[in-house]
Design a protein around this ligand. Structure first.
Ligand code: HSE
Length: 434
C-alpha cells in the first residue's frame, strides 16, 4: 500500500549512486520508514555512455514529460539551470514533490521554483544541494526553526578546500595543488566553476534563502575565488596567526538586510574551521536561541550526496502518501519493541591506557608484561621515567585492543603484585578508526 513511484532524471555519478543505494538498502529503508520506494522511470540523455552502474533499459523514458507522468515524486539530478528547472517546475505544477541536489538551479531560478512550490502546494527538497551529506538544511528548516541566524559560515567547496589545505600544509603553489586535485578526481577537468567561487556562491544563496525564508538574488552575491592566493600569502597569514579559507558567509544585518558573500578569508588559527582539511565541508551557525553549532562531513561524492537525496525522498514520500490520505506511522511506531541486544561491557573490545606506580627494581616490567601477555593483551607502547632511589616510578602502558573482561582480570592480578604500590589507573582509548 505504501508503494511510492520515483522518477529519476539524470543517471550520472550521483543519479546512478542514488539508484544503487536505494536498491541496496531497500529493506533498511522499509523497516525504518514503512515505505516501499521504487524507481519506476529514469530519464537520461546519454544512454550509450559506459557507466559503473548499468542503466536499466526497461525503466528508461524518452522525455521528461513521461518521467513526470510515471512517477509520484521526481528526483532531479541532471544539473544546470535550463531543462532541470523546467522539469522541477513541471513536476510541481503536476503536484509531484521534487527532490534535487541542484544548487545552481535554486540560486539562479529559485524565485520561480519556490513560487511554483507555494502556488501548487507541493514541496521541493534540496538537502544535497549544500554540503553534500551533511544534513544542515534540514537542521536549519526544522530543528532550528525558532532561531534567527546571526551568521552562517561555510566551507562548502571541497575542491577549493583541498587546494588550500595542500598550499597551507605542504607549501605547494596553487597551480600544483590544482593539478594534484584534478589527478585525484577532486577537481573537474575545467575547474573554473569551483575555483572561481561560483559553486560556493550558489550554496551561500541557498543557505541565505533558507535561513531568512526569503529568495536571495544570486546576482547580488559577491563572489571571489581562490586563484589569486599564493603560497607566500599562506605563509604570511600563518606567521600572523591566521589560515586562509574560502568562506561562504551569510550574516544577518537586520530583518530586511543580509550580507551574502564568498571570498578567501583569513581566519584565526584557533578557529575550528581551520581544522577542516581536504575535501571535507563544514558549516558553522549561530542561532539566537541555540547558540553556536558546527556541522562537518563529506560535501560531495556519490554516496554522501545519495544519503542526503534519499533522506529527502523519504520526507517527500511521506508527504505524498499523507496527501493521498494514507496513514503514516508516527515515528515511535516504527521503533520495534524487540530491540537489539546491548553487548556486555566485558565483551567490548578497546585499547587501554594503564598507569601503575611500581618499585624500580629488576624484573618488574617483566612480571607486568607477562601477566598482560598471558591475558593475550599486547603492549603498544611503554613510558617509564627515572625516580630517586627508594621512590616508586610511574609506569605507563598503552595496550593494543583487548576484551574488557581480559583487561579486568589482568588488572586484578597486576594489582596483587608486590612491586605495584598503588591501585592501577586505567582508561579506555578511542582511536576513531572504525
Ligand atoms: N564541486 C563541489 C565541490 C561538489 O568541489 O565541493 C559539488 O557541489
Amino acid at each position: 500500500m505504501n508503494l511510492v513511484r520515483i522518477g529519476l532524471a539524470g543517471f550520472g555519478n550521483i543519479g546512478s549512486s542514488v539508484f544503487e543505494n536505494l536498491k541496496r538498502n531497500a529493506s533498511l529503508i522499509e523497516s525504518r520508514s514503512g515505505l516501499n520506494l521504487a524507481i519506476t522511470a529514469i530519464a537520461e540523455k546519454d544512454i550509450r555512455r559506459k557507466r559503473r552502474v548499468a542503466l536499466p533499459k526497461s525503466l528508461h523514458v524518452p522525455n521528461l514529460e513521461a518521467l513526470i507522468q510515471r512517477s509520484d515524486i521526481v528526483i532531479e539530478l541532471m544539473g544546470g539551470c535550463g531543462a532541470a528547472a523546467e522539469l522541477a517546475l513541471g513536476a510541481l505544477r503536476a503536484g509531484k514533490p521534487v527532490v534535487t541536489a541542484n544548487k545552481a538551479m535554486l540560486a539562479v531560478r529559485g524565485r520561480e521554483i519556490f513560487s511554483a512550490s507555494a502556488l501548487h502546494q507541493t514541496p521541493i527538497f534540496f538537502e544535497a544541494s549544500v554540503a553534500g551529506g551533511i544534513p544542515v538544511l534540514r537542521a536549519i528548516r526544522e530543528s532550528l526553526m525558532v532561531n534567527r541566524f546571526s551568521h552562517i559560515y561555510g566551507i562548502v567547496n571541497g575542491t577549493c578546500n583541498y587546494i588550500l589545505t595542500q598550499m597551507a600544509e605542504r607549501g605547494v603553489a596553487f597551480a600544483d595543488a590544482l593539478k594534484e586535485a584534478q589527478e585525484l578526481g577532486y577537481a573537474e577537468p575545467d575547474p573554473t566553476f569551483d575555483i572561481e567561487g561560483f559553486d560556493s556562491a550558489h550554496k551561500a544563496t541557498v543557505l541565505a534563502t533558507l535561513a531568512y525564508n526569503r529568495c536571495v538574488d544570486f546576482k547580488q552575491v559577491y563572489v571571489e575565488g581562490i586563484t589569486r592566493i599564493s603560497a607566500e600569502d599562506m605563509r604570511c597569514a600563518r606567521q600572523l596567526g591566521y589560515a586562509i579559507k574560502l568562506l561562504a558567509i551569510v550574516r544577518r544585518v537586520d530583518d530586511r538586510e543580509v550580507e551574502v558573500r564568498v571570498h578567501p578569508t583569513l581566519i584565526p588559527q584557533h578557529n575550528r574551521l581551520v581544522s577542516i582539511r581536504g575535501v571535507t565541508n563544514a558549516v558553522s551557525i549561530r542561532g539566537h536561541v541555540v547558540g553556536d553549532l558546527e556541522f562537518s562531513g563529506p560535501g560531495a561524492g556519490g554516496n554522501a550526496t545519495s544519503s542526503a537525496v534519499i533522506g529527502d525522498l523519504i520526507e517527500a514520500a511521506r508527504y505524498h502518501l499523507s496527501r493521498r490520505g494514507c496513514n503514516q506511522p508516527p515515528f515511535n511506531a516504527i521503533i520495534h519493541p524487540d530491540g537489539p541486544r546491548v553487548k556486555k561491557m566485558g565483551d567490548v573490545v578497546s585499547r587501554f591506557y594503564l598507569r601503575l606506580a611500581v618499585e624500580d627494581s629488576p624484573g618488574v616490567l617483566a612480571q607486568i608484561s607477562s601477566l598482560l601477555g598471558k591475558a593475550k593483551i599486547g603492549i603498544a607502547s611503554v613510558i617509564q621515567t627515572e625516580a630517586r632511589a627508594g621512590k616508586t616510578v610511574p609506569l605507563i602502558l598503552m595496550t593494543h585492543e583487548a576484551r574488557n573482561l581480559s583487561m579486568q582480570n589482568a588488572l586484578k592480578k597486576i594489582s596483587r603484585l608486590k612491586c605495584v604500590k598503588a591501585k592501577p589507573v586505567t582508561f579506555r582509548v578511542e582511536t576513531f578508526e572504525n
